[in-house]
Design a protein around this ligand. Structure first.
Ligand code: SF4
Length: 377
């Protein structure tokens, strides 16, 4: 397949871009401090053939756990550094790549220029032989870009990615890749096309975030990859699925399956069922998940809403407070997990916080109301 001539970025023994085979990666969905569970998930992903495994780190205790995981695995590791960018200095010695989210970085130490924060991360990466990923999510773009782009949320996502590339280039750090993700595969396609047309040299990490459960999660991801990869766009991929613990390797298998099919010309026709009707998006969960009941909750949401499958309603199910509040705003109904309660939203408005064993009946009621209102409108 023809590929964009991107820069070659080395991540430990793995090369991303520069014509290297498309790397397939995933992320541990465990509490990082649960070292046994995290090591087990890293193993599961490695056994499934992951080129790279990502772990989330939000605190010093997480970093201590990361060091222990590092000592117990040979996997090439990346870290998701979302809230506290200063942790980079103690994280970097243990990993080959650091991902930061420009939207989250904007909110941390707001008085400090973004350029200074990026420089801090880049200098730390440089000193520790690490690569970086600028990981932009459509649901958490910084407010300045959102305001500048109005309704063009994809434009805001692309502008944010371009801004961070410009900052990294200006300080002489070139060892980075970029991702532009959304739960809507069309926005993933549009965002990556727009970005690649302006920066064909920058390696791209492709993925549809919160794609949900099988089989829909794989289908949505496939639709995005089938558009982008044949156009030469994409140097590494992640398939993001909501899966039971021991099945985590399925993400890697799905990624390899999709890429093999594209390479062999085995394209699937557009399943129109995904364009119409009930759309459930759910995150794959990670160390930040607030309650282990999240996976079961996502599965139950699908079960109890099956009656509405002909109705054009989007329900988002998210595992934590980091991405839950923002990523549910665009859905008709959103659930995001807290430690003992689930927050239920209708659009951007909070309906209430309910215990895990009560939230489904409230969700059902709201869904019935939406369907009824639309029928009478
Ligand atoms: S929503 Fe929270 S728990 Fe789910 S994958 Fe994102 S950060 Fe992890």
């Amino acid at each position: 397949m023809a590929r964009n001539k991107t820069r070659s970025v080395s991540v430990g023994p793995v090369t991303i871009g520069g014509g290297a085979p498309i790397a397939v990666q995933s992320m541990a969905a465990t509490k990082t401090q649960d070292i046994e569970a995290t090591v087990r998930q890293v193993e599961l992903l490695q056994q499934a053939g992951a080129d790279l495994v990502r772990i989330a780190v939000d605190s010093r205790k997480d970093v201590e756990a990361l060091a222990e995981v590092r000592a117990r695995t040979t996997a090439t590791l990346s870290v998701d550094l979302q809230e506290n960018y200063r942790l980079a200095t103690i994280v970097a010695p243990h990993v080959n790549k650091i991902r930061y989210n420009p939207g989250h970085l904007w909110h941390h130490e707001r008085d400090k220029p973004v350029r200074d924060k990026v420089a801090f991360i880049a200098e730390t990466a440089e000193a520790n032989d690490c690569a970086l990923r600028v990981g932009v999510n459509c649901g958490s773009v910084d407010p300045v870009q959102i305001e500048a782009h109005g309704d063009d949320d994809v434009g805001a996502m692309v502008a944010s990615a371009l801004e961070h590339c410009e900052i990294l280039d200006s300080i002489g750090f070139e060892r980075y890749v970029v991702s532009l993700k959304d739960s809507d595969w069309r926005k993933v396609v549009e965002g990556n096309r727009r970005f690649a047309s302006q920066r064909p040299d920058v390696p791209l990490h492709l993925g549809v975030t919160e794609a949900g459960m099988l089989p829909e999660g794989e289908i949505k991801t496939r639709l995005a990859f089938e558009q982008l990869v044949p156009e030469g766009i994409g140097d590494t991929v992640r398939v993001s699925l909501t899966l039971p613990f021991e099945d985590k390797g399925t993400e890697i298998e799905a990624g390899r399956r999709i890429l093999a099919d594209i390479e062999s010309g085995r394209f699937r026709s557009m399943p129109t069922v995904l364009d119409d009707g009930l759309n459930i998006i759910s995150c794959p969960s990670c160390s930040r998940v607030e309650n282990e009941a999240f996976i079961e909750l996502a599965q139950d949401v699908r079960k109890i809403t099956a009656w509405a499958k002909q109705h054009d309603v989007t329900i988002a199910v998210m595992g934590c407070r980091v991405n839950g509040p923002g990523e549910t705003d665009d859905a008709d109904l959103g659930l995001w997990c807290g430690p003992v309660a689930v927050n239920l939203k209708r659009g951007p408005e909070l309906v209430g916080s309910f215990p895990y064993d009560e939230v489904l009946e409230h969700l059902q009621r709201e869904l019935e109301e939406i369907v009824e209102e639309r029928a009478t409108a």
